[in-house]
Write a protein that binds this ligand. Structure first.
Ligand code: NAD
Length: 356
């Protein structure tokens, strides 16, 4: 029997509850498909600050690097909101991405037919549903560029710089072309090439690489137009590739039009590790510890792990199909129940396991 070593970063708020749900689902699917898992927990975020005085202890980084793959809940909460920048729980996210070399963030935004009523867009716009995969560059660009304060023409000023190397652009664009190849073979590259030099280099490289992927239809779109098109006609998109900051903003917009932040998984990948998998939402301190959180985003993150890290396609698809089934049965956690009977986190997890 295969056995995979999985590092668990439960984190803060609802993190422990939703990670425990995903672990139960992995164990259940593992039994069915003869896959073993060894789980080891490491501290990250606020709980790590409380226990060790820092949001990302060295043991956590070492443990993640030695794991076959890593599952993360969420970090942060009001208790740690007033700490200095590099001591904040969220700093651990940038740190672990950087330490694991996670330059790719895959964020699917799919409208489940059973959840059409939750979509904030007009019915005629989402008649045919949508299924978008956003490929976001994760370790370059303005979030990692030179920054600081200085005396400027008008006194105190702050600056952040965006820079991208050819290598950084090529490797993320390649992931996007390969992803498009496995889907509907349509790639939209999003930039701001009418203003930014980094975007002009990005666009040039996308066009060069398009020659290697004649089977993929590729087009460019300016980021301001893309923000509009996502709410005007989301079904036009298959795979989107974009820089760190544009991807950060557009993927949140895309998640909102699915109507359900508690449903959306993500995968962060590198060349040489099997990646880090996490829901896109935060630690939801308002419902933490109440057995109310929707565990589906984390459970689907575990399903992405089975596919992308371990190539366990059948087991991965079994989880997606079990989630589809519970939604079609009308089962909902409080975030989706609209005041009607809601399942707890544990009950929703039980229902998914029963449908595997
Ligand atoms: P959030 O995503 O935690 O919560 C926003 C709203 O969505 C809340 O009302 C919350 O109850 C709800 N929600 C989120 N996930 C849910 C789920 N699975 N089930 C049901 N409802 C859910 O965003 P926020 O309130 O802006 O941030 C809270 C904390 O999380 C902050 O400290 C923030 O910095 C942190 N955060 C962490 C991550 C991460 O760990 N990757 C991402 C975003 C925010």
């Amino acid at each position: 029997m295969k056995n995979y070593k999985i590092g668990l970063l439960r984190g803060d708020g609802i993190g422990p509850e939703i990670v425990d749900s995903a672990v139960r689902v992995l164990e259940a699917v593992g039994k069915k498909y003869d896959i073993g898992f060894t789980f080891t927990s490491y501290l990250i975020g606020g709980v790590a600050i409380d226990a060790c005085g820092e949001p990302l202890p060295k043991e956590t980084v070492d443990g993640c690097l030695q794991s076959d793959s890593v599952l993360l809940g969420a970090v942060g909460g009001p208790k740690w909101d007033n700490l200095a920048g590099n001591m904040r729980p969220e700093k651990a996210l940038l740190g672990i991405r950087s330490a694991m070399g996670l330059f790719t963030n895959l964020r699917p935004a799919k409208l489940y037919p059973a959840l059409k009523a939750e979509c904030p867009l007009r019915e005629d716009i989402v008649e045919n549903g949508f299924d978008i995969m956003i490929v976001r560059e994760l370790t370059g660009g303005i979030y990692f560029g030179e920054r600081g304060y200085r005396e400027g023409k008008y006194g105190e000023e702050a600056y952040d710089t965006e820079s991208y190397s050819r290598m950084e652009i090529e490797r993320i664009v390649r992931v996007a072309f390969e992803t498009a190849r496995k889907r509907r073979k349509k790639l939209t590259s999003i930039d701001k090439a009418n203003v930014l030099e980094t975007s002009r280099l990005w666009r040039k490289i996308v066009h060069e690489m398009a020659n290697e992927y004649p089977d993929v239809e590729v087009s460019d779109m300016l980021v301001d137009n893309a923000a509009m098109q996502l709410v005007r006609n989301p079904s036009q998109f298959d795979v989107i590739v974009t820089s760190n900051m544009f991807g950060d903003i557009l993927s949140d917009e895309a998640s909102q039009i699915t109507g359900s932040i508690g449903m959306l998984p993500s995968a962060s990948l590198s060349d040489n590790t099997r990646g880090l998998y996490e829901p896109i939402h935060g630690s939801a301190p308002d419902i933490a510890g109440q057995n109310k959180a929707n565990p589906i985003a984390t459970i689907l993150s575990a399903s992405m792990m089975l596919l992308y890290a371990f190539n366990e396609r059948e087991a991965s698809e079994a989880i997606v199909s079990a989630v589809d089934k519970v939604l079609n049965q009308g089962l909902r956690t409080a975030d989706l129940a609209r005041g009607k009977d809601a399942l707890t986190t544990v009950q929703m997890t039980d229902a998914i396991i029963e449908n595997l």
